[in-house]
Write a protein that binds this ligand. Structure first.
Ligand SMILES: [Zn+2]
Length: 292
């Protein structure tokens, strides 16, 4: 699928912390791309086992429920592979172990694009504190592009013992919660997104539909679409455009192939995604402990 003149997408990987994160965030885009023939892999870093306030619930039982819900939702969206790394929900740090596990998946599935949450997003004005697992998973997603999955001498055992060659995606799509960036038109897949979202029955009820719709409607409106999801699209290692001033490189020119060349941002941004309006709504719309 051709996303724009610079980006052809055959495979994409969605890296998020919890089962259900992707359905809130990027499922409209995922369904749209899957329909267009893109091979999508979900890489869910934690097991979702903390997402309940029910005293009779156990972590093991909830983990199994959430894996099942995620598999069902992925099926509805046309996601081809669902990988659960199985780290404990709520306990996630971007450790070397997590980084290696994510890098392994990137090297196996070779995505052209990675979709993830921006780890700079910490708090929203509406009173939402971002879950630390989201921040950790976003951090790992960035690190996997440079250097973990793309550098031969990072985790050399992946290459020596598991025969997994380094892989560098062409682009990173960071969710911006409707606050600027590139808007993907999800009008045709909004219904599919909602259907997939509502399959996370342990986490939310039918009331979630309203605020997710409103959120994606507001996001779409800014670009003239009925519904939309927005991203900061970072083209990896894209040379600076001729008309722009030369940027200082992080490395000497000769090292550009190792990841030194800075990609030009499609939308200049000076700060992290600001105060997603949906965050507070998510909180009120979600039954469980988790805000999203
Ligand atoms: Zn989450």
């Amino acid at each position: 699928m051709r996303f724009n003149k610079d980006l052809e997408i055959k495979r994409a990987m969605v890296i998020y912390a919890h089962p259900d994160d992707a359905e809130f965030s990027v499922a409209g885009t995922v369904a749209k791309w899957a329909k267009a023939g893109v091979e999508i892999t979900y890489c869910m870093v934690t097991n979702g086992a903390s997402g309940s306030q029910d005293p009779d619930m156990t972590r093991e039982k909830l983990r199994d429920m959430r894996y099942a819900e995620q598999r069902e939702a992925a099926k509805v969206l046309g996601v081809k592979h669902v990988v659960f790394l199985g780290y404990e929900d709520g306990y996630l740090y971007p450790t070397l172990e997590v980084r290696k596990d994510v890098a392994r998946q990137v090297r196996i599935h070779k995505p052209d694009v990675i979709l993830a949450m921006d780890p700079r997003f910490r708090v929203a004005d509406e009173g939402y504190i971002n879950h630390p697992d989201h921040i950790a998973a976003g951090e790992v997603a960035l690190r996997t592009i440079n250097p973990d999955a793309s550098t031969r001498q990072m985790f050399p055992e992946l290459w020596r013992d598991e025969k997994l060659e380094p892989h560098k995606p062409k682009a990173l799509f960071l969710e911006t919660f409707g606050d600027g960036g590139t808007v993907v038109d999800i009008s045709d897949t909004m219904a599919t997104k909602i259907r997939a979202l509502l399959l996370h029955r342990s986490q939310l009820g039918p009331e979630a539909e309203g605020f997710v719709r409103d959120w994606n409607k507001r996001t779409g409106k800014s670009a003239g679409y009925k519904f939309g999801e927005s991203f900061q699209v970072i083209m990896i290692d894209r040379p600076p455009a001729a008309e722009t001033k030369p940027r200082r490189r992080a490395r000497p020119a000769g090292a550009a192939s190792k990841g030194g060349a800075r990609a030009r941002r499609s939308v200049p941004r000076t700060s992290r995604p600001r105060a997603p309006a949906a965050a507070a709504a998510r909180r009120s719309g979600v039954r469980g402990r988790r805000s999203r």
